[in-house]
Design a protein around this ligand. Sequence first.
Ligand code: G3P
Length: 222
Amino acid sequence: MGSPFILLNYKTYIQGTGKGAVDIAKACKTVSEESGIEIAVAPQLPDIYRVASEVELSVFSQHMDGIGAGSFTGHVFGKCIKEAGAFGTLINHSERRLTLAEIEASLKAAKEFGLRAVICTNNVPTTAAAAALVPDYVAIEPPELIGSGIPVSKADPEVVSGSVEAVSKINPDVKVLCGAGISKGEDLRAALDLGSQGVLLASGIVKASDPKAALEDLIRLV
Ligand code: G3P
């Protein structure tokens, strides 16, 4: 397999807010350049423009709505995040759940505006359903392990390998990420050995006292 993809979700952690969003992105860029591994970041929406303007790195939105231009107060418009510098978007995170119809509409809008789409899922059946919509990535994250520090790739390897198998039967072009509790080199190694193409992670890096050192540890067994 090729080089893994690492997507760092800042959530609303204080360490990844405002100037911190830029500082963590700079650490990601340095580690990415040194290692040749693709690393992208998903800061909060108001920080997308700032991060994308100051750091040459792929920036994802944490959410976008399946709406167009017009009367949609408070919604996230794909064209707007694209123009702010976003390269892609998360869709349907466990902390930002959408209905199936909303997921489909959001994905359609992401494709329309040329944004890379990562649909987050919580188990094998929802991963299979998401793959049928043909996003660029599905990211399987069991909610009970999110933020736990217990890596999905070790605590629940079957959900990762089961997702990889289900997606390969539905559409082998859809790539599989896994997430929840991933922070160390052996967690990423185990995720790749289970057939995933990378990880979606947050607290282990964003809340680390030295995010650059934490990233270096994460990739050391790739
Ligand atoms: O989107 C990433 C995520 O939900 C996993 O969070 O803190 O367990 O790495 P964490």
